[in-house]
Design a protein around this ligand. Structure first.
Ligand SMILES: Cc1cc2nc3c(=O)[nH]c(=O)nc-3n(C[C@H](O)[C@H](O)[C@H](O)COP(=O)(O)O)c2cc1C
Length: 356
């Protein structure tokens, strides 16, 4: 690796992780981040959630919580971007420090606690996105102190669904009590029932945790099918701490992301793909840092993939690298297009990418 980000990385690491993130957002906003020039290989084109995307690699939720830089993502090579998590009211999140680099593990632990500018500010920024042809997903979360989390999701969906291409309901945050309440069958059923009339024609996906029990997995899969949910985003950060972790920060409270979560998320994605019979469009993420990682998620059932943590360690040149490797692997294995590879590990025809 010899790009500018790699050379800057030791300096970046001297800053607290959250300060580095704020600077990255500022640099992106001001157009100061050099964009890779390589375009999109046609083999990476994919149809998902009713739209054609130039490639399946997206920016995961949490990086652009306030919808400040999503419009810069196509220039960096991303096929789509997810903004948020957004809560109805602005909130400061947890006290700092709340974001930790586990450098030896190429991982992060965060307990941000949904710091964000709130629904109205984010909605106004998204209004500018109308008609720009970009695929933007909005990640929704309830306020930490909310007395009625279900109503929070209704409010968010009503306002944001008309402004984005996909609504992602986060029922998986490890850092707030409300984030976990919809893991139980009856509350999730009530939530999905309440969201149906307000989501309109906008596709909706559920973002799930890699820490689900078997009972929670089958309940979520069954309810997603019963309520005609379009997709599943698999997965969020984990509260597990694999024994391989080496960093001094490994016991910080919060959600772990990056390569140490990959095995867990990849297995869950395959399980959810099978449990939902390939009828949902799966978005795979957790520890993706190479084209081979992205390919593994696609073969396990993902139509789209996303990443966050690897961007912190490798910078934006990572995106063209992942795309080039993925295109190479698809051709190597005899696929004419990406849709053919979706779910290939299950011996299944590529259904999800075609039907959504
Ligand atoms: C600092 C940080 C903040 C995040 N915030 C959110 C969030 O607000 N909503 C959400 O659904 N996921 C959030 N995530 C989780 C990521 O979207 C992703 O699911 C997870 O990091 C695994 O992907 P990765 O290994 O590529 O980072 C956050 C992750 C990080 C590192």
């Amino acid at each position: 690796m010899s790009d500018w980000y790699t050379r800057l990385f030791p300096l970046i690491c001297r800053l607290p992780a959250e300060t580095a993130h704020r600077l990255a957002l500022l640099a992106l906003e001001r157009g100061l981040v050099p964009a890779p020039i390589r375009g999109n290989d046609p083999i990476l084109r994919v149809h998902a959630f009713g739209r054609d995307l130039p490639n399946p690699v997206g920016l995961a939720a949490g990086f652009d919580k306030n919808a400040r830089v999503f419009a810069r993502m196509p220039a960096l090579g991303f096929g789509f971007a997810e903004i948020g998590g957004v809560t109805p009211l602005p909130q400061p999140g947890n006290p700092r420090p709340r974001l930790f680099r586990l450098v030896e593990d190429k991982a992060l632990i965060n307990r941000m606690g949904f710091n964000n500018d709130g629904l109205e500010v984010v909605a106004r920024r998204l209004e500018r996105h109308a008609g720009d042809g970009q695929f933007v997903a909005a990640n929704l979360a309830s306020n930490t102190a909310s007395a009625d989390p279900l109503q929070d999701f209704v409010t968010l969906t009503r306002r944001l669904a008309p402004l984005v291409e996909l609504v992602v309901v986060d029922v998986s945050c490890p850092n707030t009590a409300n984030g976990k309440m919809f893991l139980r069958r009856d509350p999730l059923n009530d939530l999905l029932t309440a969201l149906k009339p307000v989501r309109g024609q906008t596709p909706m996906a559920l973002k799930v945790s890699p820490d689900l029990t078997d009972a929670e997995k089958s309940d979520i899969a069954a309810l997603a099918l019963a309520h005609d949910i379009d997709g599943m985003v698999v997965a969020n950060t984990t509260i597990a701490r694999p024994p391989t972790l080496r960093s001094v920060h490994k016991d910080e409270r919060g959600g772990l992301s990056g390569p140490p979560v990959k095995e867990l998320s990849l297995r869950l994605l395959g399980e959810m793909y099978r449990a939902t019979k390939g009828r949902l469009t799966m978005v795979g993420l957790g520890g993706i840092e190479t084209g081979a990682d992205a390919y593994a998620y696609i073969r396990a059932g993902a139509t789209l993939v996303q990443l966050y943590t690897a961007l912190v360690y490798q910078g934006p040149m990572l995106i063209p690298r992942i795309k080039a490797e993925l295109a190479y692997l698809l051709r190597r294995d005899g696929f004419d297009d990406l849709a053919q590879a979706i779910g290939a590990d299950h011996g299944a025809p590529a259904v999800a990418g075609q039907t959504a």
